[in-house]
Design a protein around this ligand. Structure first.
Ligand SMILES: C[S@@+](CC[C@H](N)C(=O)[O-])C[C@H]1O[C@@H](n2cnc3c(N)ncnc32)[C@H](O)[C@@H]1O
Length: 274
């Protein structure tokens, strides 16, 4: 009997199959990252700068000193995140796997100012936002109502208005991301020289304005302009007035306007319609 000629896949097809499988399981990466952040695994390994490689069992002992927990499952999570360069894997002489933090993993540990990227990760993966992501296709099928509202029964604006915990998380997330960014930016950029009144549109807690004003004394008046609910927990900053309002209705007068991470116009319009 004549054998059928075996069909061989090309190297590109082979890579494509692997790539699509990786994408199919992609959800496991952010979910595992959220889990280790919530369990404070990065802090347990870092432990004030030691970053000594630890086994899953040793990490578990640090995060659950009262005992309990499943070290094997923790190790599975650590191994998976190691393949995304969050942790580095080391082998002890007995062959035991141990984990330290990479530079990426270290971004999740609060620095001397208490800042890290962990709240940014948690903010983007809170339950209500995840529910809305499941409906992302609806933005094409039926764009009359934003996915967040369809998924949660209320608009994103009303959600943040009602939930002080979500507002605080957003504030923390933005500070953890914006303070290091602004520090770098202000070392290079001198465009605020000579500006007296600066309006930060969508300034949230006003942290960017505070940093700009401490570097450029010419900026004597800072106006932190944001949606009223975002300003509820904004603390006092010398020289800064917090002004509540929607940028699509008015923007306070100033010599210059600063905008950072405000999103696309359409998205902001949708927000304000919610
Ligand atoms: C991602 S945060 C950015 C905060 C800050 N600019 C930073 O980079 O750290 C976006 C901010 O824009 C504000 N925002 C959204 N829509 C707005 C609007 N229509 N008018 C004024 N502020 C708005 C939000 O309340 C939020 O504080």
């Amino acid at each position: 009997m004549e054998m059928k000629k075996e069909s061989r896949i090309t190297e590109s097809e082979d890579k494509a199959r692997l790539a699509i499988l990786e994408l199919a399981h992609m959800m496991s990466v952010p979910m595992s990252l959220v889990a280790v952040i919530k369990m404070k695994v990065p802090e347990a390994i870092w432990e004030g700068g030691s970053n000594t490689p630890l086994s899953a069992r040793q990490i578990l002992h640090r995060i659950r000193p009262q005992g309990g927990g499943d070290a094997d499952n923790l190790e599975r999570i650590l191994r998976m995140l190691t393949s995304y360069d969050i942790f580095a894997e080391h082998f002890s002489e007995s062959g035991e796997r141990k984990y330290s933090l990479t530079y990426i993993g270290k971004t999740l540990v609060p620095d001397s100012q208490g800042l890290s990227y962990a709240p940014y990760m948690l903010q983007h993966h809170q339950e209500e936002l995840m529910r809305a992501w499941q409906l992302v296709g609806e933005t094409v099928e039926d764009s009359t109502t934003e996915p967040f509202k369809k998924a949660n029964g209320e608009g994103v604006l009303s959600y943040y208005d009602r939930r002080a915990d979500a507002r605080d998380l957003l504030g923390e997330a933005m500070q953890g991301m914006s303070i290091p960014f602004m520090r770098e930016m202000l070392e290079q950029y001198d465009g605020f020289e000579g500006v007296e009144t600066l309006v930060d549109v969508g300034g949230n807690t006003g942290v960017c304005l505070r940093m700009i004003m401490s570097k450029f004394p010419s900026v004597r008046i800072g106006i932190n302009f944001d949606l009223p609910h975002s300003l509820v927990s904004a603390s006092k900053i010398p020289g800064v007035t917090h002004v509540g309002g929607c940028a699509f209705e008015f923007v306070p007068q100033g010599d210059a306007i600063f905008m950072k991470c405000l999103g696309r116009k359409k998205a902001i319009n949708d927000l304000t319609k919610a």
